[in-house]
Write a protein that binds this ligand. Structure first.
Ligand SMILES: [Zn+2]
Ligand SMILES: [Zn+2]
Length: 121
């Protein structure tokens, strides 16, 4: 009979070809996969945002708010002009983004959210 290793990370148990996990890990692996699905989804979402934000800051290296006040300050955050409040369309709409420095962003979010901050950006 053809044998393979159990798919559970770190397990070296030999199991028949066609099986996924050894006896011991079959139940555990299901839980493991369930747990991983949520986090990898979140990781993908955050990863996509991190990449989009980095690209945006590359194109908009200076703080928009400071620029309006005649100052040149390196931007470090991408702010949502209209708070997205979890709205995906608003969140991913580049026209709703502006590059801000930390100080301007903090000042803006303090005004908008009563000081709780904008966690996602
Ligand atoms: Zn195993
Ligand atoms: Zn600024």
């Amino acid at each position: 009979m053809l044998m393979r290793l159990c798919s559970y990370p770190g397990c070296r148990e030999c199991i028949p070809m066609g099986e996924q996990y050894c006896e011991k890990h079959r139940a555990k692996a299901v839980q493991y996969k369930e747990r991983n699905r949520a986090t990898s989804y979140q990781r993908g979402y955050n990863g996509a945002w991190r990449r989009a934000r980095a690209a945006f800051l590359m194109d908009h290296p200076l703080c928009e708010e400071c620029k309006r006040n005649g100052r040149l300050t390196p931007a470090v955050v991408v702010d949502h002009i209209t708070p997205h409040k979890g709205n995906r369309d608003l969140f991913w709409d580049e026209k709703n983004w502006q590059a801000l420095c930390k100080r301007c962003h903090d000042r803006k979010t303090a005004k908008e959210d009563g000081g709780f901050g904008n966690i996602i950006s």
